[in-house]
Design a protein around this ligand. Structure first.
Ligand SMILES: [Fe+2]
Length: 312
């Protein structure tokens, strides 16, 4: 992602998005600055700490044997199950020693260019709030459980940590070409919903999968979804669904391969060749695909979320 025809911006300060760059219009709360960082992580009530503990315990019932080994190691090394919502300061200290990353609190979803800037500086912006008992099973807006439990363990792995930083740097280039959708699809199918080979087994490493029990099982075991080896060009042309289980997952061999596949790619050329929309539907299997499992799509054909269809 670093190969470029134009010089990369200076990532030490927040670059200004140019007038031609598309940026989602998010209303910045009055109490945060241009970096969108909360002055401090909030204090959680004992009920909120309990919600974290219950979510953590529920995930530990389903993760062994389904989550990537490096994810499980990260959970362990960072001791995310020590009780209650983790303290970002303490977490950043431990993570800093391992890979130089830190975790910083933000109030909500933040604009793309600010998100990329934090990643490029090895800061992971994490939602400050935690879901309630009423939204225990599903929330669309990422909360502290999704962001910290789902994303932070792999930041303890040096290769994955480098991939995330490169992704942040690449974001600026995608914005210059107005191809954020394409880069967003890469994030979606790797960082949020990625699978990885471990020997002959497929395991999950994406945060969107590993922060909930249903998709943890569905992604690696169900017959419905396609499982296809990741091809970066193809994935960046593929549509995705944000409010249901994925009809297709893409599988990597290793984080090293993912890092090289993306860092060494000529993104200038790729962005020039991409159209503004997606080429492939999220259920499509195409000629060039290296298919591990061709899904029945039964779950989605029966109506998906809200229809009562079983995630099989
Ligand atoms: Fe996420």
């Amino acid at each position: 992602m670093s190969s470029s025809n134009a010089p990369l911006p200076d990532f030490t300060r927040l670059p200004e998005p140019g007038p031609d760059m598309f940026a989602a219009p998010l209303q910045k709360p009055a109490h945060v600055g241009e970096d969108w960082l909360e002055p401090a992580q909030r204090d959680y009530s004992s009920e909120e700490d309990c919600i974290w503990d219950d979510l953590f315990a529920r995930q530990m019932q389903v993760l062994p044997g389904r989550a990537a080994s490096l994810f499980m190691q990260g959970l362990d090394r960072l001791d995310l199950g020590r009780g209650g919502v983790p303290d970002f300061g303490k977490l950043s200290e431990e993570l800093g020693k391992l890979t130089g990353w830190s975790v910083v609190p933000v109030p909500m979803l933040i604009p793309d260019h600010v998100f990329f800037w934090h990643l490029a500086n090895r800061r992971f912006p994490a939602g400050n709030f935690i879901r309630t008992r009423e939204t225990f099973d599903y929330i669309q807006e990422p909360d502290v459980f999704h962001d910290v439990f789902g994303h932070v363990p792999l930041l303890a792995d040096p290769t994955y940590a480098d991939y995330m930083q490169e992704y942040g740097r690449a974001g600026w280039k995608a914005m210059r070409y107005n191809r954020l959708k394409a880069l967003g699809a890469l994030y979606w199918y790797t960082v949020e919903f990625g699978l990885i080979m471990e020997g002959k087994d497929v395991r999950a490493y994406g945060a969107g999968i590993l922060s909930g029990p249903t998709e943890t099982v569905f992604s690696v075991e169900a017959q419905s979804p396609n499982r296809i080896m990741l091809n970066v060009d193809r994935v960046m042309r593929t549509d995705y669904v944000i409010s249901d289980l994925q009809p297709t997952y893409f599988v990597i061999e290793s984080f090293r391969e993912l890092y090289h596949d993306t860092v060494e790619r000529d993104f200038d050329r790729l962005y020039r060749s991409l159209g503004p929309g997606f080429t492939y539907a999220n259920t499509a299997v195409i000629d060039v695909d290296d298919v591990l499992h061709r899904g029945t799509q039964e779950y989605h054909l029966r109506g998906g979320r809200g229809s009562g269809a079983a995630p099989v």
